[in-house]
Design a protein around this ligand. Structure first.
Ligand code: DAH
Length: 344
């Protein structure tokens, strides 16, 4: 029996030496050392031996099966690290190669312009209104009534304003000025705030007009606010936004919610003031309306006009972007042409 065991041991050892890979070793383990393997077959014969022989042959059988386990493991480790090296070699990546370009989206030029304007006003001490105080869907009450707009004012006409079918007093706001009312209803002076947002008008679309566009409303109410403060703030804004060299003018105007009222024009950048299609031949483009908040508006929201005064303005974001970047057609902002958008 001992000889039999030795023979099995020797042939197993030879098999291990000849093994070429891990799969061969797995087969060898199965052939010799598994429950149905050759060693176990022999060990079954142990029960017919004397007690003395059982002990010595049993111990011998255990020892050589342990030796074989060891040899298999040793060879397995060699194969394993060799296979691992080959795999790493094959899958090697060059981390110094330049990567694939992933195209990045960009911030829309109107959003960029809005952000820039907002930052300038924040630096001048204005805060930004909570959007809940500046809704795009308004009632006539906020869009017109509280802004002192007479019932028969042409701006209320369906030719100019989009009315909703929800109820006959619900409109898509035609101006951000309604935010002034929401703000003053919610906060006592001093108030120094801006409200950016989208407005809608029932317009025939052309190079200068779209049926929706963007405004930034501003409101400053405190004791002793004067028209001088209004001019100072707006001139400083223009200087910071355009740089010092851009010709501008204040022109007196009329709005129902301000008294006195004015508009600010900036020289047309497309024609340098000579007159062209974009400025309809005038050489100037209007960028904002402004004025001292009308006493009727202040009284309407419960602010005493004998104690407080204020100024307000509403500027057109598209116009400001067109004048800065020499964009001659407002429709470019909304056509989603990547050749245009990628330039910003
Ligand atoms: N809401 C006006 C418009 O859309 C612009 C405007 C004028 C806003 C005077 C104001 C203001 O706040 O005081 O044409």
């Amino acid at each position: 029996m001992k000889v039999q065991l030795e023979n099995i041991y020797n042939s197993a050892k030879a098999d291990i030496e000849n093994a070429k890979n891990i799969a061969d070793l797995d087969e060898i383990r199965l052939k010799y050392l598994s429950r149905k393997g050759e060693f176990n077959n022999i060990k079954k014969g142990l029960k017919d031996l004397s007690d003395e022989d059982k002990r010595t042959v049993g111990a011998f059988a255990n020892k050589i099966s342990e030796d074989l386990e060891f040899l298999i493991k040793e060879k397995h480790d060699i194969f394993y690290s060799k296979e691992m090296d080959e795999k790493l070699q094959k899958d090697r990546i060059d981390i110094t190669l330049s990567g694939k370009q992933v195209p990045m989206g960009k911030v829309h030029p109107l959003t960029q312009t809005t952000n820039e304007i907002v930052t300038i006003f924040q630096n001048l001490g204005f805060s930004v209104a909570d959007p809940i105080l500046s809704p795009e869907v308004e009632t006539e009450y906020y869009n017109f009534d509280m802004l002192n707009v007479p019932k028969d004012h042409p701006a209320r006409d369906v030719q100019d304003t989009f009315y909703s079918s929800i109820a006959n007093n619900v409109v898509l706001r035609s101006q951000t000025s309604g935010a002034q009312i929401h703000i003053m209803e919610n906060k006592k002076p001093p108030i120094k705030i801006i409200a950016p947002g989208r407005v809608y008008r029932n317009e025939n679309i052309n190079a200068r007009k779209n049926n929706f566009f963007h405004q930034i409303e501003g409101l400053y109410v405190d004791k002793d606010i004067t028209f001088g403060d209004l001019k100072g703030v707006l001139n400083e804004f223009i200087r910071l936004y355009f740089g010092a060299s851009r010709p501008t003018r204040f022109r007196s105007s009329f709005f129902p919610f301000t008294e006195p009222s004015a508009e600010v024009d900036v020289q047309c950048i497309m024609c340098q003031g000579k007159g062209c299609r974009t400025c309809s031949g005038t050489g100037w483009l209007e960028i904002l309306g402004c004025g001292m908040v009308d006493v009727n508006v202040l009284r309407g929201v419960g602010i005493d006009p004998d104690v407080y005064t204020g100024f307000a303005f509403g500027m057109g974001v598209e116009r400001l972007a067109m004048l800065k970047y020499a964009i001659d057609d407002i429709r470019l902002f909304f056509n989603n042409d990547k050749r245009f958008l990628e330039q910003f």
